[in-house]
Structures are given as C-alpha cells and as structure tokens.
Design a protein around this ligand. Structure first.
Ligand code: NAD
Length: 481
C-alpha cells in the first residue's frame, strides 16, 4: 500500500486531522493506497511555511532560483521510469504516453522556466525628454496552484515552475484523483535539499483543501486548471479578496478538414486529437468538421483508424488507449454516449466498454467512439464529454465551417487542415479561440500564449505570459531634469 503525505515546510506529514482518502488504480479497479484528506488547517500550515520562506527565495535572485529548478528537472529525469510508471498507474494512461509525453514535458517545464527567468526583462519608457519610466516586477509572495487529473505532473509543473522562477513561494493542490507523481516530486525535493517552505504540496479534495487555499487571505493569486464550473466557483471566491486568477478551463474543440487537405495526415492527426489520453485532454478535437466533397472518404479513413487503435493494459507496449481515469468518469462518458444515441446520433465506431482480460478486467476501458448525424445545437456537440468520443459534421463553405466551429460556449483551441494559405489565414483569424493549429495539433512551443476565450478560461499561461501573471508591475517615474 502506498501512503501519500503532504509536503509542508520541507517535511512529509499526514493531514492534521489524520483523515485519509483511498486511492484506486483505474486500469484494475483495485485500491493501492491512501492520501491525506487535508483541510484548512493543513493549508494554514503550508501558507505559513511559504510566507516564512518567501523573502529569502526572492532575494537570492534569478540565477539561484534557476539553478534549483534545473536541479528538480535533473532529479525527475534520473527517475523518469518510476515517475512514468506512477503516472500510468494513477491515471490509467498508457505507460508509453507517460514515458514519452507526461514526464518529459514536466521536466521540460522546469528547464524552460529555469531558462526563461534568466532572460526575462522589464520595460523602460525613456523617449520623453526629462522623464524616465521603468517597470519593476515584484513576485506576489505566496501563490496557489491547483491542477487537474488528466495530465497530473505535466500541468502541476506548468504552474509551479513559473511561479517559483518569478520568486514566489507556492502552495500546490494537485488533483485528489491522481496525487502520486506530485508526491514523488515532494520526495525528490527532499532528496535534493530544496529550500524548505518554498514549495508546499497539500493533498485533499477541492471542496476542503482547494477551497481553503482559494479563500486564504495571504494567498495572492490562484493559478487553476480544471473544469469550467469549478473555475467559476474559484473566480467568485477569489473576487472577495480580489485575488489574481488565471483560469484554464474546459474545451469542445473543432478539427476543420477542408477538401484540399492531405487527408491521410489530417485523419491521422484528427484521430490523435480525438483519442489521445483517452480523449481526456482539454485540447482534444471532439468535433470533426469535414467539407462535404471529401466527407465520405474522410469518414471512412477516420473509422478505419479509430477501429485500429489498440485498447488495453496501460503497461502493454502495443496499447494506444488505456483506462479512463475512474469508474465515476467512465459512467459519465457512457451516459454521454447514450444521450448521443438518444439525440439521433449514428454510431460509426466504438460506443461501449472494452473488456480487457487478466490484470485489467476490473478497469474502465472504452472503445474510441465516432458518431455522425448530430447537429451543432445538440447536447453532444455542446457539452465537454472529456472522453474518447468525437462527432463528424459536414460543411459546404468556409463561412459555414467557421460558424459551426464557433457555435460553442467554449473557445480553447482548433486544428485546421488545408493546403490553401488564404483559407488557413482567414479561418485562423475568424475562429473564436485562444490557439489554432494549422496542419498539426498540439505542437507546442513553451514561449507561446496558452489559454482560451469564452468559457474556456481567463488569462494565458506559457513563457512571459506566466511570468507576468506571477508578478506585480510597479511603474517608477523619475523627472530627470
Ligand atoms: P475539476 O475542476 O474537477 O478539478 C480540478 C482541480 O480543482 C482539482 O485539484 C480539484 O480538487 C480542485 N477543485 C475542485 N473544486 C474546487 C474548489 N471549490 N476550490 C478549489 N479547488 C477546487 O477538474 P478535473 O475533473 O480534475 O479536470 C478536468 C477538467 O479540466 C476538464 O474540464 C478539462 O477540460 C479541464 N482542463 C483544462 C485544461 C486547460 O489548460 N484549459 C487542461 C487540462 C484540463
């Protein structure tokens, strides 16, 4: 049995209350350990430790902080395989994905912000005679980072690395569904002698530990990634103390395939965009829009490729689709499929549970599911399902494609497939979202703005956007003569 502990002031400890929550491995359905069911008392301890550490961490300067972030990255890299195994066990995702995507990306996040802080610069406005303005950027002090279960260490590190690099001390609250790699991170921090109190990790539910972090008066900002409804609750709570918030929320992203596209490449990537990580990525393309002259051909390719994906034991090398993250989530996604069929959807592939024999017979595996015949207004095309379910819709013109793509309360990302440069530019400019990939999907440069519009969030992460969020600007104006 694994016993996860909080990491507060450099030490590992249980919740003050002694309460624990059970942990389940989704691909087997079996319990594997316990984690602290922390509450406001644990958050208070963590915030106090962070406050004590804040001045020294900031005063040591960017070179010092950068070197510590690199030490964390190196320490994770040395244990990449055990981190990958833990991530796969906790989430049900294929080990191959955790090994090649999740953990390398977490390492890259620490390295990226270790470098970014060394090259960060502030503004000066010195073009008016007799006046000099320059902008100081101060860290906020203690900040809260709250992350979801789909890419646990990847998204946790995407927040804490810029916060630490900018000179803040952090209280992190990883998802209670997948706390294991955050716990391994705290063990790594202990092993390398990371300064006590600079990073604190408190495990527990959103309602107890998460809400206490959001409500804490000494916490100056909340960086949150998760569901839209939770984001709205956090924004409302944070408004009481006028905390800064960065909200990365849900998505219902379109993949637009025009008739002139390279259909092999487009369908390969559309399948990856729909089903990677069992469809549990905020960036997943769950609405596939296809220009009518190539609709039938594209549909046939998509169905063939969806059916070819191997669903199975996350530890098996050939597995492309692992288990959904929990029984509760599995039931929710099955409910969405039933609703889609009730709405008149025509099932093209998948649609139900896959029984994986042996070790994983108690797991929560779903076949990659494609549906057609559903209009833009139906629930299936409006709700974020966050599972391996995507719909196909035809369109007849560029303008209709844009209208269909924008017919959503979400606005996170889009993937556009065309060889026509004018269409690529016009559609990219017209889409209501924060990120557009043309002839690709999820190709990431960590310097670029990451985030969404409408109900997909507020603010941007990435590069200087994150460093700006985690600092407060102060203008100094000097009359020079
Ligand atoms: P969730 O909103 O249920 O939980 C996310 C985190 O918030 C967890 O750590 C949870 O404990 C915490 N939380 C819950 N209620 C809270 C409260 N009242 N106060 C403070 N913290 C609280 O989301 P989830 O189910 O873990 O993740 C799936 C969602 O995340 C999907 O909607 C997905 O689109 C979204 N997501 C968005 C992005 C992005 O970058 N836009 C990335 C990944 C996931």
């Amino acid at each position: 049995m694994t016993h996860i502990l909080n990491y507060i002031d450099g030490a590992l400890s249980p919740a003050v209350s002694g309460k624990q929550l059970p942990l389940t491995e989704p691909s087997t359905g079996l319990g594997y350990g316990f984690m602290p069911d922390s509450d406001g008392y644990d958050i208070d301890r963590a915030v106090e430790a962070a406050q004590r550490a804040a001045t020294a961490w900031n005063k040591k300067g960017p070179v010092f902080r950068s070197s510590w972030l690199n030490k964390i990255a190196n320490a994770i890299e040395e244990k990449l395989e055990s981190f990958a195994l833990a991530e796969s066990k906790d989430t049900g995702k294929p080990l191959s994905v955790a090994r090649s995507v999740d953990i390398p990306r977490a390492i890259a996040n620490f390295r990226f912000f270790a470098g970014a802080i060394l090259h960060d610069a502030s503004d000066a406005h010195a073009d008016r005679p007799g006046e000099l303005n320059y902008t100081l950027r101060h860290p906020l002090g203690v900040v809260g980072c709250i992350s979801p279960w789909n890419l646990p260490l990847y998204l946790f590190s995407w927040k804490i690395a810029p916060a630490l690099a900018a000179g803040n001390c952090v209280v992190g609250k990883p998802s209670e569904v997948t706390p294991l790699t955050a716990h391994l991170l705290s063990e790594v921090c202990q092993e390398i002698g990371f300064p006590a109190g600079v990073l604190n990790i408190v495990h527990g539910t959103g309602l107890a530990a998460g809400q206490a972090l959001v409500d804490h008066n000494a916490v100056k900002a909340i960086s949150f990634t998760g569901g839209t409804t939770t984001g709205q609750t956090i924004a409302a709570s944070a408004a009481k103390s006028l905390k800064k918030v960065s909200l990365e929320l849900g998505g219902k992203n379109p993949t637009l395939i025009f008739a002139d596209a390279d259909l092999e490449a487009a369908t390969d990537t559309a399948i990856a965009a729909a089903f990677s990580n069992q469809g549990q990525i905020c960036l997943c393309g769950s609405r596939i829009l296809i220009e009518r002259p190539v609709y039938d051909k594209t549909k046939a390719l998509l169905v063939q490729k969806a059916k070819a994906l191997t669903v199975g034991d996350p530890l098996a090398a050939e597995t492309r689709i692992g288990s959904l993250v929990s029984k509760q989530h599995f039931d929710k996604v099955l409910g969405h499929i039933a609703l889609a069929l009730g709405e008149g959807g025509n099932l093209l592939s998948g649609g139900g549970r896959v029984l994986v024999e042996g070790r994983c017979e108690g797991g929560h595996f779903l076949a990659p599911t494609l549906l057609e015949g559903l209009g833009p207004a139906c629930e299936t095309n409006q709700s974020e399902i966050f599972g391996p379910v995507a719909t196909l819709q035809p369109f007849d013109s560029v303008e209709e494609a844009i209208t269909l793509a924008n017919d959503s309360r979400y606005g996170l990302a889009a993937s556009v497939w065309t060889t026509n440069l004018n269409i690529a530019h016009h559609v990219s400019e017209s889409l209501e979202c924060g990120m557009v990939w043309v002839n690709c999907w999820m190709l990431r440069d960590l310097r670029t703005p990451f985030g969404g519009v409408k109900e997909s969030g507020v603010g941007r992460e990435g590069g200087t956007y994150a460093l700006r969020f985690f600092t407060e600007a102060k203008n100094v104006c000097i009359k020079t003569y």
